[in-house]
Design a protein around this ligand. Structure first.
Ligand code: SAM
Ligand code: SF4
Length: 507
């Protein structure tokens, strides 16, 4: 352990109490309430769920047509889809979900890796291995040198360009720490086989913050700001997140993204943690969250995640949660989210096993992780192949390498995109919403996907992956030639330059 690590973990209990006391700013919640009420109305959700059972096939097909036009569905329409049982109609839903995904995102899958920087936490979420009362967890916060070492492996050996950086909620990993670590990650540049590797986009999964801190993050520059509500069902939320902790405040979390938008972060990721309450309620609620953000800010969620509870070390709650979501329900909820919020990115993570990931990707997912390690310091500790339960938040279902996943995706006809151009060119927020809805986003992304895939194959691909990947590239180039003749010449110049070892060229 470095000195920096020791200093950071060595906060006294009274330091923590003082920090916790003033975190929540009630005025930053109240200003968004509507006559004292929040945008989640459990009665309205239950009403929609009980009045839309047994939908007529004709009605379901009309709803599917609406999804295909990339329009957000209403709560009643979404409730109808949730209740579909007929196998034929379910197959049509899955088919339409795949069509919607292709219309908006083509055959691209974006990959990223999670990077956990600290597991100290002042909260006590019943389902999380990092919770304060879990004395079996080995605590650690990485110093900046250690952060650089993790990044060198991710960017220089595995080949990731995008990270989701994850932090517990603790004064040792406060917003200043987050900002410094983002700087340290961005500074790392590593020589590779044919060029150089660098992390080009850092998404952040951290606790809700006050507007002032979010402004700082916006200035430093982040990709997506991700906060999961865990459960939108308030009594369940309050049972699993003890009162008196920061996380115990349901509304502080519910309005995290409103504050992010106010601070200028217009790229936000939301989602429930499935398994805490009835999945049907959570799907309806996440739709309400998207509708609220669209109505208030003109920008919906850039991504929706749908993590399921995984077993965590010394965390009895995770052994047999009452609302565990079965695999068939999981596939259905992914299909419904894709149809209900057609423009949004959808993330399936390595929490799920390889076979299930294969099955759910075609239902409309756009992003996935690979080569993931969620133990603190897990990437630099390469000698250690096994997952270490007492250093990580939960156990992963799929630990396959990025190369294996990229190869499998290419065999299935997907192109893995390492593109990070969107937010660097200002294609975020309302701009990206418009491009996604009109199917225009694909124009830039298709070009950038091919260029970044070429980079990755040349720098990191195994012989087998290069062979399969080049077939996909050939098809993509042909499509660009016929569908986008006006940019073809310039695209080919970038492509050839990339082959010659130039890096980070994008449209
Ligand atoms: N501490 C911050 C927070 O709670 O928002 C961010 C980091 S927390 C480690 C990230 C997410 O991990 C949580 O929002 C929760 O949804 C998820 N999580 C916690 N325990 C989990 C478990 N046992 N299985 C799967 N996901 C879990
Ligand atoms: Fe802390 Fe987040 Fe885990 Fe809750 S989910 S214990 S807030 S790290």
């Amino acid at each position: 352990m470095t000195t920096a690590t020791y200093d950071r973990t060595d906060r006294t209990a009274s330091d923590c109490r003082a920090w916790v006391k003033d975190r929540i700013k009630p005025e930053q919640i109240e200003k968004y309430l509507d006559n004292g009420k929040c945008f989640i109305d459990p009665d309205a959700i239950e009403r929609a769920l009980t009045t839309n059972t047994n939908p007529e096939p004709q009605r379901v097909r009309e709803i599917l047509t609406k999804s295909l036009s990339v329009e957000t569905l209403s709560p009643d329409e979404t409730a109808c889809l949730i209740h579909v049982q007929d196998p034929e109609l379910l197959a049509e839903m899955r088919q339409t979900a795949a069509q919607v995904k292709t219309k908006v995102y083509d055959n691209r899958i974006v990959t990223f890796a999670p990077l956990y920087l600290g597991n100290l936490c002042v909260n006590n979420c019943a389902y999380c291995g990092f919770r304060h009362s879990n004395t079996a967890e080995q605590r650690r916060v990485l110093g900046l040198d250690e952060v650089r070492k993790e990044t060198e492996v991710l960017a220089g050996q595995i080949g990731h360009k995008r990270l989701i950086v994850v932090y517990g909620e603790h004064p040792a990993t406060d917003v200043n720490y987050i900002a410094s670590t983002l700087g340290a990650i961005g500074d790392v540049k590593v020589k590779t086989r044919r060029g150089w590797g660098q992390i080009r986009r850092c998404n952040v999964n951290a606790a809700p913050m006050p507007v002032e801190e979010l402004r700082l993050l916006n200035e430093v520059g982040i990709g997506t700001f991700q906060v999961f509500q865990e459960t939108y069902h308030r009594p369940t939320y309050e049972r699993l997140h003890p009162a008196g902790t920061i996380k115990g405040n349901y509304l502080w979390r519910l309005y995290a993204m409103h504050r992010a938008m106010e601070a200028g972060i217009d790229d936000v990721g939301i989602g429930p943690l499935f398994g805490l309450y009835d999945w049907r309620f959570e799907v309806m609620a996440v739709l309400y969250h998207a509708i609220e953000l669209e109505a208030r800010f003109g920008i919906g969620p850039h991504t929706i995640s749908f993590p399921r509870i995984e077993p965590a070390h010394n965390t009895p709650f995770t052994q047999n949660p009452q609302y565990r979501v079965r695999d068939d329900e999981f596939k259905k909820l992914i299909t419904v989210i894709r149809l209900a919020v057609p423009y949004t990115g959808m993330i399936v993570t390595a929490r799920e096993n390889a076979q299930l990931r294969r099955e759910v990707l075609p239902l409309g997912c756009t992003q996935t992780d690979a080569s993931s390690k969620i133990g603190i310091g897990g990437y630099a500790d390469l000698a250690n192949e096994d997952q270490q339960g007492d250093r990580q938040q939960f156990m992963l279902g799929d630990t396959r390498s990025l190369d294996t996943v990229v190869c499998e995706l290419a065999e299935a006809g997907y192109i893995t995109s390492f593109c990070t151009a969107g937010y660097r060119c200002g294609r975020t927020g309302q701009k990206i919403m418009g491009l996604l809805r009109s199917g225009q986003e694909g124009r830039f992304c298709k070009l950038n996907a091919v260029i970044t895939f070429r980079e990755w194959l040349d720098d990191f691909g195994s012989d087998e992956t290069i062979a399969v990947g080049e077939k996909v590239i050939a098809q993509e180039i042909e499509q660009i030639r016929t569908r986008m003749p006006e940019v073809f010449e310039q695209f080919m110049r970038y492509y050839e330059k990339t082959k010659a070892g130039n890096r980070d060229l994008y449209f």
